[in-house]
Design a protein around this ligand. Structure first.
Ligand code: ZN
Ligand code: ZN
Length: 359
């Protein structure tokens, strides 16, 4: 945690700030170790404050060290309390805040309480989390392996005749059985034509023989997420989807091959996967980015898409997940969570990718 605070303070120097109000829950956890919600940090050059209400005071004492607890009277008053506490860094202190997680009302209260300059730091604090340390990587390896195991157990029970929602609940039960905190996000189980919706909500639809089924799921282990998608055949799929599967698999392998320290998320990884799909004539049917960073949040830096790309660095963890979606017919997506290394990418999810009959 000390190293993390030190890096946050280097960021203050870079941005010309005296302190920063950290309200994004994943950043609060990363910088302080505190795992609850409704909590705000105020980090200055010397001091570090943690503001929360009485529900969390014992937990703060248990989970954080080196932070001074500032007691807020209620959850509604945390932003005010943090603003007031920030005056410890000087009435005219230049303060950063996280515009993406602070509500407009909270911002107005911060503005009212603090006379000094305020600056939206965007995702700069969150980006401190992008490169993982050895302990984080160990946890993410476990999250990936656990997700593989849960997916294998659920698919082994067969998919035909089950409702999509039942398959999603079965995944959650497996995560619980295997000792995960829970799921990293609500699983997507999309069968048949439903698979053409990239973020379909699993429903009452009963999976029928001959359909493709897209399953996108991930476990959360010690706070860290994994993220995998596999597309299964429930019996023999039609000729077009069979071909689409091969194209998506080739695109995913091309994207994975482009992952390495120094590669660019958009120009290298996204471009490599997208080129395979475009060459097969399905360019218009791949409407989302190729990947995203994963960590305490399932979507975080770095970006690997058409509109957002970052240079990858060893220790980052990201996904590679191209897909093709054809309305009325169905969809195919294949996704792995990958650790960026000097020489390439190391998959943290290892479930097989040859088209499996999970009828
Ligand atoms: Zn996913
Ligand atoms: Zn993903």
């Amino acid at each position: 945690m000390n190293d993390r605070l030190a890096r946050c303070r280097t960021l203050l120097d870079d941005l010309g700030l005296d302190g920063v109000v950290v309200s994004e829950a994943a950043d609060v956890r990363y910088l302080s170790g505190f795992r609850g919600d409704d909590t705000t940090l105020v980090i200055g050059r010397d001091g570090a404050l943690i503001c929360t209400d009485a529900r969390y005071w014992p937990q703060v004492r248990e989970e954080t060290a080196g932070f001074e607890l500032v007691e807020a009277l209620s959850a509604d008053l945390i932003a005010d309390t943090a603003a007031g506490a920030a005056s410890a860094f000087g009435a005219e202190a230049r303060l950063g805040f996280q515009g993406t997680s602070l509500s407009h009302g909270e911002y107005r209260r911060l503005r009212r309480r603090h006379r000094g300059r305020l600056r939206d730091v965007g995702d700069r604090v969150s980006r401190l989390r992008a490169v993982k340390d050895a302990a984080e990587i160990a946890v993410m390896r476990r999250a990936g392996a656990l997700t593989d195991e849960a997916l294998a157990a659920v698919v082994a029970r067969g998919l035909v005749g089950r409702r999509e929602a039942d398959v999603a609940w079965d995944l959650l039960a497996e995560y619980h059985r295997l000792g995960a905190d829970g799921e990293a996000f609500s699983a997507i189980v999309a069968s048949g034509a439903h698979g053409a919706q990239a973020h379909a909500i699993p429903g009452e639809r009963v999976i029928a023989a001959g359909e493709m089924v897209v399953i996108d799921t991930g476990a959360r282990v010690d706070g860290y997420c994994s993220d995998i998608t596999r597309t299964f055949a429930a019996g023999e799929p039609g000729a077009e989807l069979r071909r689409v599967y091969d194209v998506v698999l080739a695109a995913q392998l091309a994207g994975l091959a482009a992952v390495r320290d120094g590669a660019h998320g958009r120009r290298d990884v996204d471009a490599a996967a997208r080129a395979v799909i475009a060459a097969a004539g399905y360019g218009e049917k791949f409407g989302h980015g190729t990947g995203h960073g994963v960590g305490l949040e399932v979507h975080e830096a770095p970006g690997l898409g058409r509109t957002r790309g970052d240079v990858l660095a060893a220790g980052m963890v990201c996904t590679v997940e191209p897909g093709i979606y054809i309305e009325g017919l169905g969809g195919v997506r294949i996704e792995d969570t990958v650790l960026v290394t000097a020489g390439g990418g190391e998959r943290l999810t290892a479930f097989p990718k040859d088209l499996q009959d999970a009828g």
